[in-house]
Design a binder for this molecule. Structure first.
Ligand SMILES: [Zn+2]
Length: 170
């Protein structure tokens, strides 16, 4: 994650995920905790890192939206190993594409993890559309001005954000 200008909390969450340190429900159950094993985002399957970040229908909707806004192509991934290979391949180097990828990837991981935490600990939830829009706002307003990514991408994201929601989330 060299030269990633994503927010430190997003980079840290991504780091925890990559090193298998995120406290997903399956890990807590293995340690003896008696908690609901279901993923709080879809309430259908047991929560593991692979489910949460690869298979979960809720998270998939966010990845698909990121696919549409950037060149990220997450939709064909079906296993955690494929997810890792995809992340490593797209993060390499300092190209414009790699810079965009690193920011959007880290912020998406963070957003999915935070939504999961909000649902468990604060008993409140949001639609995936709100999460995707929040990632885009953070990207355009906070992070892009700090990066050396060309203004062309800044412009395309700005257009996405000012476009009517019907166009954005159709
Ligand atoms: Zn799920």
């Amino acid at each position: 994650m060299y030269k990633n200008v994503a927010r430190p909390k997003a980079i840290f969450t991504t780091w925890l995920l990559m090193w298998g340190r995120l406290l997903t429900t399956d890990r807590l159950i293995k340690w003896g905790m008696q908690i609901d094993p279901k993923c709080p985002l879809c309430c259908k399957h047991e929560e593991t890192k692979e489910h949460l970040f690869v298979h979960c229908d809720y998270a998939k909707q966010i990845w698909i939206k990121m696919d549409n806004w950037t060149t990220i192509q997450h939709c064909t991934i079906s296993t955690w190993d494929q997810h890792l290979d995809w992340m490593i391949a797209n993060s390499k180097g300092n190209s414009q594409g790699a810079q965009v990828f690193k920011i959007v990837y880290s912020e998406t991981i963070y957003a999915i993890w935070m939504e999961r935490n909000f649902r468990i600990f604060e008993k409140r939830d949001r639609e995936w559309e709100s999460i995707a829009k929040e990632i885009a706002y953070v990207y355009v307003l906070e992070l892009l001005p700090k990066s050396s990514v060309l203004s062309k991408i800044y412009l395309s994201f700005s257009i996405c954000l000012v476009a009517p929601s019907k166009f954005l989330f159709s």
